[in-house]
Structures are given as C-alpha cells and as structure tokens.
Design a protein around this ligand. Structure first.
Ligand code: SF4
Ligand code: SF4
Length: 98
C-alpha cells in the first residue's frame, strides 16, 4: 500500500499507540511498563503526528518502540503497489465545512 501521507488515519482511527511518556531516550520502552500502550480515540489527533507543510509525519516511525505496533502492522487489502484508499474515505465522510 502506498501511503499518501495525508495523516487522516492518524486522526480518525481508534488505535492503540505508544504512550509518549513511556519512550526512553534510546527510542525503546521498558518491557515491564504496564502503561506503554494507550488508546487513541477516533477523531483525536495522535500525539505523535506532525506535519511538514501538508505532509503527515509520524515522529516515532523510526524508533524501535514503533516496531510491531498496530500502526506498524497497519495495511489494507489489495496489491502492495496501490495507493491507500482510506484517506479518501475519511475525507469524503467528514462533514462539509460551511
Ligand atoms: S503512532 Fe504514528 S502512525 Fe500511529 S497514529 Fe500516531 S502518528 Fe500515526
Ligand atoms: S490514510 Fe492512508 S494515505 Fe493517509 S496517512 Fe493513513 S495510510 Fe497514509
């Protein structure tokens, strides 16, 4: 799946994310930390999401704690070389701004 870096999934999905408070300076989390994963509800911007202009960036994407998270494993059905359709869906389902 080719990501268009719109950031819509990071705003609109209910997903378990790494607790920002649990990230150690080396990018890992303590395996014994019971609060290392927190829920990010639908409609709330992920605390790890930033924008470079209009390009969405996951600020923990390259940290080792990101590996194996639901976000890391997120994909959609279909061929690997097709563009993500989720962003377009979320965009079309947002209420029109008058
Ligand atoms: S952790 Fe990264 S990929 Fe996951 S919702 Fe937050 S910004 Fe998006
Ligand atoms: S909705 Fe799709 S294109 Fe937009 S950031 Fe998420 S994965 Fe990428």
């Amino acid at each position: 799946m080719i990501c268009l870096r719109c950031g819509f999934c990071c705003n609109h999905l209910d997903v378990m994310i790494i607790n920002p408070r649990s990230i150690r300076p080396d990018g890992t989390i303590d395996p014994g930390d019971q609060n290392s994963m927190i829920g990010k509800p639908n409609g709330r911007k992920c605390p790890h999401l930033a924008y470079l202009g209009e390009v969405a960036v996951c600020t923990i994407h390259d940290l080792s704690c990101y590996r194996g998270t639901p976000c890391d494993r997120f994909d959609q059905f279909g061929p690997e070389d097709t563009v993500c359709v989720l962003g377009g869906y979320f965009k079309s389902s947002e209420p029109a701004k008058l």
